[in-house]
Design a binder for this molecule. Structure first.
Ligand code: C2E
Ligand code: CA
Ligand code: CA
Length: 565
């Protein structure tokens, strides 16, 4: 055997045992050589591939048009003298489909050009890439597009709508009270519910409308190519009806609803993030209006959000200078039997640097949401306590001031205990102060709230139930907690007439309170008639514009010596 023969044999053996498909193409992409591995991939015998008479171009075996063209393009680039490498999907008639990475190199020979090719199987790599892509673009639980994918699709839809000068709607849905299902029936039931909710949602929209799960129990739908905006409302109503049907979760029947927020491109916004923000805001508005409904984004929502952000910032600044920013005004609580004033309610006002006095209704809810109420409430307590100490010396030894304590304060393990120390420092007994709390607080008391109410009681501090009659009034509170007074809400007082419904209710509340050993304060008393009816009904105290608006402490002192008869 000559050296050259030996080399030939070795080369042949190498090619035949290689883990890659190895081939040589001549002109017109026809096979000149193909190794057994490549033959098996293409589902053809060597004879059929390379026999001179029946040589066929490699493109015959690729199996799909798109990849055939891909191959031809690269072949042409290579003919121009370049080496090329590219990924190609082959799906031959006689064998399994696979992804291959092909490299092609030209070889110049006297007899003409030949092209050496190597094909490497990359199906596994492609599979894991595909899995990664699915994982990063689709929600594993429901199989719907995730937020990432949704953003891509929405951006595509925006472009499409822009080109066609059409409108498009973005709908965001949040299941109402989903967390209750999760908490009471467990996470498996919660997962099942999310899957079913997604499926239900997709049956309510057209196949072209993409549904996505944005996270948690929040879903989104893009309604593209809208000719008439009305159809969005129709879809929303269909969804609401569909969600009203019971869900069956492994034998459990669950009733649920959903809140929907809608915004339009290009009417409301042009960009993905803005549209999503708008739809979210509209959805929260739907929740706010009582859930199980659809609400549309409106510019005023945007303004309201901005005003709120400004107020949060301003409030935060105000915390730095509590004494300059806030002040307490006092409203007398008049003893209906004697007409004397030995009690007052402290009410907060905010002296905003650029606006006028701001009423608590405007900023207390925000202070509660941001927990700034903890610091503010602490300041209220200390400022009111100092005032009581002065009036106890100057006016009446038994003078009492009530302060409003927010549920957020009662739920927080904050520094309420140093309040007791402060009363001692001022040599004030607990009886000098009354805490006004609301019924809502008592609806779900944790151990902390019970403990704090108990501590008040132990310290001799009275507790009044504010806005009584407007919430979930329940007699069981009175058995469980030591409540000293109820304050009948203004809404009962303002329409008080002899023999009216409100009159009957007031009488009942007063009788009940007295039976349980509590005193009654009527709020919002504006007229002598209201006062007289309350006296007849046996009410103990009255508070309202009839006697005085809430006024600064100096002005309040002028009222102290008056007798209101
Ligand atoms: P509230 O505790 O029910 O206070 C009574 C509200 O009714 C006060 O409004 C008072 O000015 C008003 N009012 C009194 N008499 C009459 C009347 O004859 N007619 C009418 N129409 N209204 C009357 P204000 O001061 O604006 O306070 C509103 C609410 O803000 C309070 O309701 C209370 O819930 C809260 N609040 C006030 N100060 C504080 C505070 O220091 N801390 C906390 N957490 N909340 C406070
Ligand atoms: Ca109050
Ligand atoms: Ca009240």
């Amino acid at each position: 055997m000559t050296d050259s023969d030996l080399n030939q044999t070795l080369l042949r053996a190498y090619i035949n045992s290689a883990n890659d498909g190895i081939f040589v193409l001549c002109d017109e992409m026809k096979f000149h050589v193909a190794n057994p591995l490549l033959e098996s991939w293409l589902g053809e015998s060597e004879i059929n591939l390379t026999e001179h008479k029946c040589r066929r171009p490699i493109t015959d075996f690729i199996g799909n048009e798109e990849n055939r063209q891909l191959f031809v393009r690269h072949f042409e680039m290579m003919q121009a003298g370049q080496s090329v490498r590219f990924e190609c999907y082959i799906d031959p008639a006689g064998a399994a489909a696979r992804w291959v990475e092909i490299s092609l190199n030209p070889v110049k020979l006297d007899a003409g050009d030949m092209f050496i090719g190597v094909a490497r199987d990359i199906s596994e790599k492609k599979k894991s890439e595909e899995m990664l892509w699915r994982q990063s673009n689709f929600d594993t639980l429901t199989g719907f597009a995730n937020r990432q994918m949704f953003q891509n699709r929405l951006e595509q839809e925006i472009k499409k709508a822009h080109r066609a000068s059409q409108s498009m709607a973005l709908m965001v849905l949040d299941l109402d009270r989903f967390s209750e299902v999760n908490d009471t029936l467990g996470h498996d039931a919660g997962d099942l519910l999310l899957k079913q909710a997604g499926q239900r949602l997709s049956t309510c929209v057209r196949a072209v409308d993409s549904v996505a799960r944005l996270g948690g129990d929040e879903f989104a739908v893009v309604l593209g190519e809208l000719d008439e905006v009305d159809c969005v409302e129709r879809v929303a109503q269909i969804i609401l009806r569909k969600f009203a049907e019971p869900f069956h979760l492994d034998g459990q029947v669950v009733y649920l609803s959903t809140s929907i927020g809608v915004t339009f491109y290009p009417g409301d916004a042009n960009r993905f993030d803005e549209l999503l923000k708008n739809a979210d805001q509209a959805m929260y508005a739907a929740k706010h209006q009582g859930r199980n409904r659809c609400s549309y984004f409106a510019p005023y929502m945007q303004e309201a959000v901005q005003a709120r952000v400004r107020m949060v910032n301003d409030l935060r600044l105000a915390l730095g200078t509590l004494t300059d920013s806030f002040r307490l005004v006092y409203q007398p609580i008049v003893n209906l039997a004697t007409g004397g004033i030995h009690k007052a309610e402290a009410l907060i006002r905010w002296q905003h640097p650029t606006r006028n006095l701001i009423n608590p209704a405007e900023f207390i809810p925000i202070a509660e949401d941001t927990e700034m109420i903890l610091e503010i409430g602490d300041w209220v307590f200390h400022d009111a306590a100092r005032q009581i100490a002065r009036w106890r010396t100057s006016h009446h030894a038994a003078f009492q001031v009530s302060i409003n304590v927010s549920p957020v304060q009662m739920h927080s393990a904050s520094n309420m205990h140093n309040w007791f120390d402060y009363l001692q420092t001022l040599q004030l007994p607990g009886q000098s102060i009354v805490m006004e709390i609301t019924e809502g607080l008592l609806l779900n008391v944790g151990s902390g709230v019970t403990e704090r109410l108990h501590a008040f009681h132990k310290a001799g501090i009275e507790v009044s139930l504010d806005d009584f009659g407007t919430g979930y009034s329940s007699l069981s509170y009175f058995k469980k907690f030591n409540i000293n007074n109820i304050k009948i809400d203004q809404s009962f007082v303002c329409n008080l007439k002899p023999n009216s419904n409100d009159m009957v209710l007031c009488e009942a509340m007063i009788a009940m309170a007295h039976k349980l050993g509590m005193k009654v304060i009527a709020e919002g008393v504006e007229t002598p008639e209201q006062r007289d009816l309350l006296i007849v009904a046996g009410c103990d105290y009255a508070q309202g514009y009839l006697y005085s608006r809430p006024v600064p402490a100096e002005e309040f002192e002028g009222l102290l010596d008056r007798q209101f008869r």
